[in-house]
Design a binder for this molecule. Structure first.
Ligand SMILES: [Zn+2]
Length: 277
């Protein structure tokens, strides 16, 4: 569930908690988490954290000497300080103890999160294999940028937006929210959008990122998909009134994923698409 803005928010906290500090202890509590040799994780112990930063949906720690610890939160993973919300039940998969301040834990109920301990020589090959797509944030991306990223996409706009080879960090939430802000139907054809539509899409995608970042300022995110409050306009609100026009929000499955949209604000490009008409 965490997409670009949630990972960005968590990574900013990781930076505040760990940058400039030394990782005196790295404790792996669930071997399923680690995708690299456990000995490599031990070799990261004792290194100073230079900074934390986000790449696509990954959070990574740049460590001294060119090493990296890379995390992917997948569905339910989150990084949080260990002393935060003490009464809460945790499923701790990884524990990072800095030389000052509380430990940082990776809490993940569903055990889908993954981590990579990369020595200096492993960093470049890892990222070459991931091949992250260009980022829609923090740079301001305009309509022509989005048009170029989605050029040649076959099929509908929404799955093309969620393709991690085209744009980094956009999942079902971001595509749903961005299309609603843009007034574009999820089944629109990218080949048929005009200049104005691309510009609205650029603004809509930015609005999703900015609004989610503004909402997720707490040191621990309570994911909406796990019962937390929703910072979203229409995602997960099928059947409820559209916040703009009050029409009931539509839903259907598209490319195997739940899709939600407003039939009035996001008119279908032709009748019969996704249950319209
Ligand atoms: Zn509407």
């Amino acid at each position: 569930m965490p997409e670009l803005p949630e990972v960005e928010a968590m990574t900013r906290w990781l930076h505040r908690w760990l940058a400039g500090r030394r990782l005196v202890e790295i404790e792996l509590l669930d071997p399923i988490l680690l995708q690299t040799d456990p000995a490599g994780l031990a070799r990261l112990q004792g290194r100073a954290v230079q900074r934390a930063r986000r790449v696509a949906k990954y959070s990574l720690l740049d460590l001294e000497g060119g090493a990296q610890l890379v995390l992917h939160h997948r569905m339910t993973g989150k990084t949080v300080q260990e002393d935060r919300n003490p009464g809460r039940s945790r499923q701790v998969r990884l524990r990072l103890q800095p030389d000052q301040g509380p430990a940082v834990i990776l809490d993940d109920r569903r055990r889908l999160a993954r981590a990579w301990a990369l020595g200096p020589a492993a960093v470049a090959p890892f990222w070459a294999a991931v091949a992250p797509a260009p980022e829609p944030y923090p740079e301001l991306r305009d309509g022509p940028w989005w048009q170029a990223r989605l050029a040649g996409a076959q099929g509908a706009l929404k799955p093309a937006l969620m393709d991690p080879r085209r744009v980094a960090g956009v999942g079902n939430i971001g595509a749903t929210e961005g299309l609603w802000w843009a007034g574009l139907h999820p089944a629109s054809s990218p080949a048929r959008l005009d200049e104005g539509a691309w510009q609205r899409l650029a603004q809509g995608m930015r609005r999703w990122i900015d609004d989610t970042l503004s909402a997720e300022t707490a040191p621990e995110i309570d994911y909406f998909t796990q019962g937390g409050p929703s910072p979203f306009q229409i995602y997960g609100r099928s059947g409820q009134p559209c916040p703009r026009c009050q029409s009931p929000l539509q839903s259907a499955r598209q490319s195997g994923r739940a899709s939600c949209w407003c039939a009035r604000c996001q008119p279908a490009p032709c009748p019969g698409l996704l249950g319209d008409g």
